[in-house]
Write a protein that binds this ligand. Structure first.
Ligand code: SAM
Length: 356
């Protein structure tokens, strides 16, 4: 795995230019989203190498000539379009803005869930609370709010969440089934996507989804129209409640994109609970996106950005961790990693753990 951010070898001019790119980053972002949403980028995609003049774009999309020009001149600076004489042409980066599903979910998540609230980042760091969440309502964390978030935030949240976890399911399930569990506890199972995938792709595995009562209340509805889901049951509980109990007698525990929702002291308590709930030779599967285990530097940037979503929108105290921090917590909870598999789906790592 490459190690990132270990040198500073830019020229002064490059460094100063990059500083301006940061200073105006919100303008680049908003102009890109607006150009996409108003259909300008799609029109250029359809025009291919021929490109289009500002007037042609205005006629086609019904965006004013002024609107086309301010957005796409910023687009030139952002590198999403380039100029061929009097015409704008979609660049390779612009192509991905229009066509790449990962870029799409990232843009929508940033715009619909995070953008407004991110303004409260500094405040959130000071208070340790997700101050940006106030733009949607008064909740202590985003989790009990998920089923009530206004649109388009709710759809963009779930699409972001599902995009990353869904891509990892096909690779992760055979690794879990290697130990032939008959029952699996899915802590933080959310809408039951993984539970559904498990029962639809195994003969007899039973899955207990553990999540907050608000999520479990929706579980039956999420299972409607899918086969084999009689093997999925729900277990409403707040994992932060010291009195909360986990189901007894499951062979293995699965937690995907769950521990990143908690601070280190909270993770330690959750891991201790998992330790106590595991049978002697039971396996604990933790799937996470660790920022140090990303195959590309840009992926590390995405993961570090997602940490700030936790700071300002989700709970004020969690993040996408460095894998060594997670391993230290596992060790403190008397657990150890027996196998680590990197590059599952999009940037996920599976830690297969057992009791020490
Ligand atoms: C980011 S989602 C992960 C969903 C799913 N495991 C996946 O891989 O896509 C985190 C889940 O943890 C649940 N959660 C958050 N805090 C919780 C708590 N204190 N107790 C139980 N579940 C909690 C949320 O309701 C949500 O469903």
């Amino acid at each position: 795995m490459p190690e990132y951010y270990t040198s500073d070898d830019k020229s002064a001019l490059e460094a100063r230019s990059d500083a301006q790119r940061i200073a105006f980053a919100p303008f680049i972002f908003q102009a890109t989203v607006a150009a996409r949403n108003l259909g300008l980028l799609n029109a250029l995609y359809e025009a291919r190498d021929k490109g289009m003049t500002a007037q042609e774009l205005s006629d086609r999309t019904k965006v004013s000539l002024y609107g086309v020009k301010v957005l796409l001149d910023m687009g030139l600076s952002a590198g999403i379009v380039w100029k061929s004489k009097y015409k704008y042409v979609l660049s390779k980066t612009g192509f991905f803005i229009v066509n790449d599903p990962m870029t799409g979910v990232n843009l929508d998540f940033t715009k619909d869930v995070c953008y407004e609230g991110l303004n409260a980042l500094e405040e959130s760091i000071k208070s340790g609370k997700p101050e940006g969440l106030k733009v949607f309502g008064n909740w202590p964390t985003i989790y009990p709010a998920l089923s009530q978030l206004p649109e388009p935030a709710q759809t963009s949240w779930f699409e972001f969440d599902h995009y990353y976890s869904d891509h990892s399911f096909p690779e992760a399930l055979p690794l879990v089934m290697d130990s032939a569990p008959k029952t699996l506890m899915d802590i933080g199972g959310n809408t039951g996507q993984w539970a559904r995938y498990c029962v639809e792709n195994t003969d007899a595995l039973e899955v207990v989804v553990v999540d907050l009562p608000e999520q479990i209340a929706l579980l039956d509805k999420q299972m409607e129209g899918h086969s084999q889901t009689e093997r999925v049951t729900g277990w409403p509980t707040n994992m932060l409640d010291s009195e909360s109990k986990l189901p007894a007698h499951t062979d293995a525990i699965w937690m995907s994109q769950f521990l990143d929702c908690f601070s280190e002291p909270q993770i330690l308590e959750i891991l201790k609970k998992c330790h106590d709930a595991l049978p002697e030779h039971g396996k604990l599967y933790i799937m996470e996106t660790f920022w140090d285990r990303q195959p590309f530097e840009m992926a590390a940037l995405s993961v570090n950005a997602t940490s700030l979503y936790f700071t300002t929108m989700a709970n004020g105290n969690s993040r996408m961790y460095h894998s060594n921090d997670m391993k230290a917590l596992l060790s403190e909870a008397n657990l150890e990693v027996s196998t680590q598999v990197d590059n599952i789906g999009v940037g996920h790592t599976l830690l297969i753990c057992k009791r020490k």
